[in-house]
Write a protein that binds this ligand. Sequence first.
Ligand SMILES: CC(=O)SCCNC(=O)CCNC(=O)[C@H](O)C(C)(C)COP(=O)(O)OP(=O)(O)OC[C@H]1O[C@@H](n2cnc3c(N)ncnc32)[C@H](O)[C@@H]1OP(=O)(O)O
Length: 216
Amino acid sequence: MTLPVIIVGAGGHAAVVADALLAAGAAVLGFTDTDPARHGRVLCGLPVLGDDAVLARYERAGLRLANGLGGLGGETPPLRARVQERLEAQGWQFCGVRHPGAIVSPFARLGAAVQLMAGCVVQPGAELGAGCIVNTGAIVEHDACIGAWSHLAPRAVVCGQVRIGAACHVGAGATVRQDVRLGAATLVGAGAVVVKNFSGGGVLLGTPARPWEQAK
Ligand SMILES: CC(=O)SCCNC(=O)CCNC(=O)[C@H](O)C(C)(C)COP(=O)(O)OP(=O)(O)OC[C@H]1O[C@@H](n2cnc3c(N)ncnc32)[C@H](O)[C@@H]1OP(=O)(O)O
């Protein structure tokens, strides 16, 4: 039995999550959001129900939540991780998201509640940590390993055997060359091409990518 889903958050990423869940045939009841100005609005044909207090109307065993919070990097841990972990501690379970237009090898290993958006490709041997987002059209090549809560933005390309730590953001259209290692909380700017290892906790920009202070 597939349980109905409520999406936490009602911004742009939440709309993409709703669209993917609906395309996959899920029963989506609506959204929650902390911003009262969003309550009562309709997004992708679904209502913004209120804040998290509306969850009290449901049994935990009869509902799944989906994480509708996106992220642009630079926060450790990311807001989306903190919100999900708080709700999980209250006994709620989060589901993953897989748009039917995502191409995902059966030989890839997917952590809990990963989000695979339209047109993304995940190749054999790839490993995605819990809570990762592989956004629209992003590519995770063979044997690449992506740490928990990392976000590969639209059209990012992570080549074979790359190792990316937790809570990283690989910006839109960026490429990480094969075998490169990026430490936790690295933010790769949009369009960058990363060809060397980086210890993490900073921003990489440009082609070839350099730490923010050197690239500017
Ligand atoms: C579904 C979705 O949309 S998911 C989101 C997809 N978007 C992304 O992935 C974006 C990733 N983020 C970026 O690339 C950002 O531009 C960052 C994090 C690198 C920098 O952001 P900010 O700190 O806000 O920098 P800001 O925009 O003020 O730019 C500062 C300077 O850096 C330059 N700069 C900004 N981004 C880049 C970049 N990706 N590559 C090269 N230079 C850049 C700007 O031109 C500016 O230069 P200037 O001082 O000479 O004018």
